[in-house]
Design a protein around this ligand. Structure first.
Ligand code: AMP
Ligand code: ZN
Length: 115
């Protein structure tokens, strides 16, 4: 756990969040400022600051993270209409919380622009 990381504090139960899924490796909760009707944040419990910090060691973890995102999309009822996964990275990538996370967005027609 990294000190002063808000997502590590959510994992530790020190900050409340609306958890929709948890296992030994991952946590998923509803975004506090949803950008779409369905907006989940999916995180590894291991503190990894961003995609920039990945090494070969995280190869399988990242595979499981994306697979979990697709399962949660299905559980949220987004499969038929579609959805978007986003991983913001660094300042210019729009990352505000320095703990690697996947945004799962859906429930409305998302705009075509990626940036
Ligand atoms: P990013 O800008 O990619 O770093 O995304 C961080 C996301 O975390 C934003 O969409 C925030 O609304 C969300 N967020 C920040 N704090 C909380 C919290 N306590 N509970 C749920 N979502 C949060
Ligand atoms: Zn963290």
């Amino acid at each position: 756990m990294a000190s002063e990381c808000i997502f590590c504090e959510i994992i530790a139960g020190k900050i409340f969040s609306d958890v929709v899924y948890e296992d030994g490796e991952f946590l998923a909760f509803r975004d506090i400022q949803p950008q779409a009707p369905n907006h989940l944040v999916i995180i590894p419990k291991q503190h990894i600051a961003s995609l920039r910090d990945l090494t070969e060691k995280e190869e399988d973890l990242m595979g499981r993270l994306i697979l979990l995102a697709s399962k949660l999309a299905k559980k949220e009822g987004l499969d038929s209409m579609g959805y978007r996964l986003a991983i913001n990275t660094g300042d210019e990538g729009g990352q505000a919380v320095p703990h690697l996370h996947v945004h799962l967005l859906g429930g409305r027609k998302l705009n075509d622009q990626l940036g």
